[in-house]
Each structure stands twice: as structure tokens, then as C-alpha cells.
Ligand binder design. Structure first.
Ligand code: HPA
Length: 273
């Protein structure tokens, strides 16, 4: 058995010890977006430290736990918090939650994040349903020998985000009166925020939002054959010609304030998908 496969199975066994329901949806909750987990019925939470292969996380805005239960009657597994490359975590660790959700039987992955807004026509606190992504992290979870049980050698990326889930999320946003754009998410490793020249470049190559997560998880999810929905909260404006210093507390506050809008959409997508 490959090391990765063994790692996934050990984590899956630890989760199965807490309940035998098959989750249909896996949800990764980013910075400030933990609120969805509070809506879970019949929930059981497991701290990351109690799952083999899951290092503890101490980041602001991240609880660092897995919660099992149901939302709108649908069995789900949520990860409150994620691993980032800038913390020094390997791509194997960063993508373990995705592969764990798949191993437990999930068919859909929902990823969320707080992101910097590159699109000059959007506002702080707006949502972006992710339509496509650009990997500028310089890392990739699929490098190395391919384990065919996890997915194909050369996964296709012509539609990494499921077009049906994307349309459904947009339809729900319109119905609920929530402003949700669709756009392209670009990922860098961080941890420094970007320079003006970098923002200018990112905008030129077609990105609407920039962040330090999500892309490795989505690559692993596509590899695993999961249908993906991604939602970003625009927490700060990254306009190269009108840039002030970013304030991390403010970024987290905007993410927290916009959280309920995202939760409303994700909840309804889970119910209807
Ligand atoms: N860059 C800039 N602004 C941000 C980011 C980022 O990675 N994440 C949230 N706001």
C-alpha cells in the first residue's frame, strides 16, 4: 500500500469510530467561516489532533476540528480549518481532508475561503463563486508516482468546479438576494501579502481573487473525481493603484460578517444537490 493510501485509511478508521454514516458532502471551512458547522444537526466534533495524520492548527479564525452530522437532512463532514503551505505543511497534509472525505464516500466537496479582491468592480464582503483557478503556488499534490486508486495520472482540468453546482449556487444567491459573482481564484503560497506589481500581474492574467489556499485541495478533489463547489469571500480590495496596507483583523472581521451569506448558499446547495 502506498504511504498516502495508508495515511488516508488510518484517518478514515479514526472517523468511522465516531459514526458509521456515509457523508455525501465534504465541506472545508476557511478563515472566519466556521458558522456553517453550528447549523449541523446531530453533530459529533473531533479535534484534528485526535485524527492520525492531522497536525494541530493554531491559526486565528480556524477551530481545527472535524464535525460529522447532517445539514438539511444530508449527511456531511466538515473541516473547520485547513492546512496551508505557508505554515510549512506538505501538500500531502494539505490535501488529506479531501482524500479522507472521498475515502469516507463523499461525492461533493465544498471549499470556502477568504480572498483578496482583484476585480475593481466588486466590493468588500461580496461573495465569489469560483468558476476556475490559477495555480501560482509552485506546488502540486499530484507530483510523484501516481496511485491509480486515488485517481488518474493526468486529470483533466477543463472544468475543475462543477458547472451544475456553480449554476445552482448562483440561482440560490439570486433567490436569496445575495450578491455573488463568478470568477477566477488565483493561489499563492503566502504568507506575505502581494506587492502592487504582483496584483497588477494577477489581474492581467485573468484572476478576480487571490488567496493562499484552496487550489491544492481542488486539484486533489478533481483527481479523486469529486464534484467541487468553491466560494470565496472578498475580504479586502487589492487594487494596485489604490493600495493601502492590509489589516488581518479586518480581513477576519469581513469574513465573519459575510459568513452567514455563504452559509445560506452552501446550506441550500447541499439540500438540493
Ligand atoms: N492576499 C491578499 N488579500 C487577501 C488574501 C491574500 O492572499 N487573503 C485574504 N485577503
Amino acid at each position: 500500500m502506498s504511504d498516502m493510501m495508508e495515511r488516508i485509511e488510518k484517518a478514515a478508521d479514526a472517523i468511522k469510530a465516531h459514526g458509521d454514516e456515509t457523508p455525501r458532502v465534504g465541506v472545508i471551512l476557511g478563515t472566519g467561516l466556521g458558522a456553517l458547522a453550528e447549523d449541523i444537526e446531530n453533530s459529533t466534533s473531533i479535534p484534528f489532533e485526535e485524527i492520525p495524520g492531522f497536525p494541530s492548527t493554531t491559526l486565528a479564525g480556524h477551530a481545527g476540528q472535524v464535525t460529522l452530522g447532517r445539514i438539511a437532512g444530508v449527511s456531511i463532514i466538515t473541516f473547520e480549518g485547513r492546512y496551508h503551505a505557508y505554515e510549512g505543511h506538505s501538500v500531502e497534509t494539505i490535501t488529506l481532508p479531501v482524500r479522507l472525505a472521498k475515502a469516507l464516500g463523499a461525492e461533493i466537496l465544498v471549499v470556502s475561503n477568504a480572498a483578496g479582491c482583484l476585480n475593481p468592480q466588486w466590493a468588500r464582503g461580496d461573495l465569489m463563486i469560483i468558476e476556475d483557478q490559477i495555480n501560482m503556488m509552485g506546488i502540486n499534490p499530484l507530483i510523484g508516482p501516481n496511485d491509480d486508486r486515488l485517481g488518474p495520472r493526468f486529470p483533466d482540468m477543463c472544468a475543475p468546479y462543477d458547472p451544475e453546482l456553480l449554476s445552482l449556487a448562483q440561482e440560490i444567491a439570486i433567490k436569496e438576494g445575495i450578491k455573488a459573482h463568478r470568477g477566477v481564484y488565483l493561489a499563492v503560497t503566502g504568507p506575505n501579502l502581494e506587492t502592487r506589481a504582483e496584483y497588477r500581474f494577477m489581474r492581467m492574467i485573468g484572476a478576480d481573487a487571490v488567496g493562499m489556499s484552496t487550489v491544492p485541495e481542488v486539484i486533489a478533489a478533481v483527481h479523486a473525481g469529486l464534484r467541487v463547489l468553491g466560494v470565496s469571500i472578498m475580504t479586502d480590495l487589492c487594487l494596485p493603484d489604490a493600495l493601502g496596507p492590509a489589516n488581518i483583523e479586518e480581513i477576519i472581521a469581513v469574513a465573519n460578517a459575510a459568513g452567514p451569506k455563504m452559509t445560506a448558499i452552501v446550506r441550500e446547495v447541499i439540500r438540493r444537490a
